[in-house]
Design a protein around this ligand. Sequence first.
Ligand code: SAM
Ligand code: SF4
Length: 329
Amino acid sequence: MIDQYQRKIEYVRISLTDRCNLRCRYCMPEAGIEKLHHEDILTFAEILRVVQALAALGVRKVRLTGGEPLVRRGIVDLVRAIRSVPGIEQVVLTTNGVLLDELAGPLVAAGLSGVNISLDTLRPDVFAEITRRPLFERVEKGIESLQALGLTDIKFNCVPIAGVNEEEIPALVGLARDRAVKVRFIELMPIGCAYEVGYKGVAMDRVRALIERAYGPLKAAGIKAGAVNGPAVYYRLSGFKGEVGFIDAMEHKFCASCNRVRLTAEGFLKLCLNAKTGIDIRKLLRDGISDDNLRLAVYHAIYHKPEEHFFLAKDNDARDSRAMVQVGG
Ligand code: SAM
Ligand code: SF4
């Protein structure tokens, strides 16, 4: 569907849980966040109804995220069910990779077509420092299992942090040398505990400069026609099979081409990552709304998607400064 600012909305990110098996310093405090009660989280049947409504309005791509989506039991069945909703062409996942070793095979067999793995470092000690958990080897095994399945849509997402993983940027880009994967750099955003823990992001211009110093010039890559794309801008490097991407939400706003909405674990349809506006779908579902009225309610909400994000607005009531883990990163 088209919203009031003429943007085509065809992508939904669904958070399956607010729980996580890591405690990344920029995302969650050590003690975790106050957990949602089980009954407050949308059931799979409820999620499916929302996906059906969205698909009827033109959404083609679903990304499952969290918290850590792989800690939600039954995710393989959910992937299979979403994949079979008419109109849904792609079901993809964003994960920290800890549970991928056991789940990658069943998920791909169920119809998962792409995986984004958050990978800020290739060093076990730095991994333990950032995530507060010594689980790098499990992530490494998970990545190997995934790559062995021959999935073509694999992306690695890295948040560069000054003095923490900055010097590993060229090594991370090296993952795209021999494989057709995408390595993407995402700007540290002023949400969650990013700044409280003293982390400072690395400017994307510096990230680019470090990459070019190591591998030569970055050349703009073409955009695939017909694909449901995200906000990343991709580049090629000479001799590389894969690509390098940059997502710098703060520096260059991509709101004008935003094609997505978000569904939080507790069933709030969020219209912008950083704004509170949206509708409480869980309430509508549990009050017994019909499929037709659900579709109408979703249509009206999306039509009023905000024009742009509020990251730089101070004390703005509309701003939502909750952690990524709570809103579905
Ligand atoms: N647990 C899964 C994972 O880590 O991939 C999915 C959810 S996580 C919230 C999604 C993404 O949000 C991760 O790639 C993480 O690096 C990113 N993220 C979390 N807090 C962030 C922040 N303050 N700034 C930028 N990215 C952040
Ligand atoms: Fe968990 Fe992902 Fe947040 Fe890290 S970024 S704490 S893996 S939800």
